[in-house]
Design a protein. Structure first.
Length: 423
């Protein structure tokens, strides 16, 4: 006889979404186990000197009682958490660890190598070989599995090209020539930090101009100004209010509309507080598309095309692609290919999730960036963690209650019955 699963819920990932889900699940009485390096993206994949772009009040991790918000941590540590004042990334990472110690079950810092269906639920195998069983799994893997590097430079290899999320320290580029691709906050802030440490840096962007966010409106303001453009966790405005206040309603929009909004809303833009730093030390070239990039004597020879005819040809030591993330189903590497292949996907390649964040494989739940095409742009930010945690955990509770009554196909059955795919 097969042994019953040890846990109700196994969570893969210990960032803002994973920790928030863990806090709500434990409070609901579920037997929970959490794997992952706590706040790894913020601790290990962002250079020191970066700041949180979101407002502090919009950057809380979520616990059911609301006791462990960012303001509570900053008050305890004597740190400012003020509207309109950027917060250093290292303070936010420390806040996440503080939250994990107080509001969530203990985190096992080992990484999970694979998750697959097993009799009675799922089994997860850690990188050092331990196998753990659970009735349900929540994948809160963050953004790192989904890095997007433009095809024109992808084949250069790690010595010549990297993604902006690959760097916790930029000092290796001091005194070199570096080309940053992109026009969003990651590209602009990376370029500023490089220039300030003595790196010769140029920024190439396909967009015709760099967009800059303005200084946020005052927190206290006349009622008519608040009515015209209310504050939200994604910035002022009624459209952002819709994204933040009603993700469940967003999910009812036509799939093509949701995909278009998820891809285009809140597009690349720099924070107001980094603009002077960028313009003071970065060679900005907008409207340029990389035509080719090839190794040349230990460097990279790049050619770009520009609509104005001002094409460029130059050599650089390294390319940093700050070109975002694309959370498609086939990039969820913790799921083996045979399991990924049986996940239903939306037309834009992202995984389908139900109104309770459950994928097309019963008992497998998804959170964070992978769900932006289903629940809207808020899922690209920490702000979306609260809605996700509350609703996902309700889905897990319902699933666990009924799990023993439902005959679930094994991985072998899924392979043998293709029509189950996307059911």
């Amino acid at each position: 006889m097969h042994k019953s699963p040890t846990h109700d819920l196994l969570i893969v990932g210990a960032g803002p979404y994973g920790l928030s889900i863990a806090s709500h699940a434990a409070a609901a009485g579920l037997d929970v186990r959490v794997f992952g390096r706590t706040m790894a993206s913020w601790r290990d994949h962002m250079p020191r000197g970066m700041f949180l772009k979101s407002e502090p009040w919009a950057s809380d991790l979520s616990d059911p009682a609301g006791r462990y918000g960012l303001a509570a941590y900053c008050a305890r540590e004597g740190l400012p958490a003020e509207h309109g004042r950027p917060l250093p990334i290292e303070h936010f990472a420390s806040y996440g660890r503080w939250f994990a110690e107080r509001a969530a079950p203990p985190v096992d810092e080992r990484l999970v190598a694979s998750v697959r269906p097993a009799p009675g639920g799922y089994e997860a195998r850690t990188e050092d070989g331990e196998v753990c069983h659970a009735r349900a799994v929540a994948l809160a893997v963050g953004v790192l599995p989904f890095t997007e590097i433009p095809r024109a430079v992808r084949g250069l290899g790690g010595a010549h090209v990297s993604h902006s999320s690959h760097h916790a320290d930029l000092l290796r580029f001091r005194g070199q020539d570096v080309t940053v691709l992109g026009a969003g906050q990651a590209a602009l802030e990376t370029a500023a930090l490089l220039a300030e440490q003595g790196t010769r840096v140029r920024l190439l962007a396909r967009s015709p101009r760099v967009r800059w966010n303005t200084v946020p409106a005052a927190w206290q303001r006349p009622w008519w100004e608040s009515l015209r453009a209310p504050h939200t966790g994604l910035g002022c405005g009624w459209r952002n209010k819709f994204y933040t206040a009603t993700p469940g309603v967003f999910r009812r929009l036509p799939e093509q509309t949701r995909a278009r909004v998820a891809a285009g809303a809140l597009g690349p833009a720099g924070a107001w507080w980094v603009r002077d730093r960028v313009e003071a030390g970065v060679d900005i070239r907008v409207g340029h598309r990389v035509e080719s990039a090839e190794p040349a004597g230990g460097r990279v020879l790049m050619r770009t095309a520009c609509a104005t005819g001002e094409d460029l040809r130059f050599e650089t030591d390294h390319i940093i692609a700050a070109t975002g993330f694309r959370a498609t189903t086939h990039r969820i590497g913790v799921l083996p290919p045979d399991v990924r292949g049986h996940l239903r996907s939306l037309a834009d390649g992202t995984p389908y999730v139900s109104d309770r964040f459950e994928s097309s494989l019963p008992g497998l739940f998804l959170a964070g960036l992978t769900t932006a095409s289903s629940f809207g742009p808020a899922m690209r930010f920490v702000y979306g963690a609260s809605f996700t945690a509350e609703r996902l955990v309700r889905g897990v509770e319902r699933y666990v209650r009924h799990a023993d009554r439902v005959a679930r196909p094994t991985a072998q059955a899924w392979r043998a019955v293709p029509q189950l795919r996307g059911s």
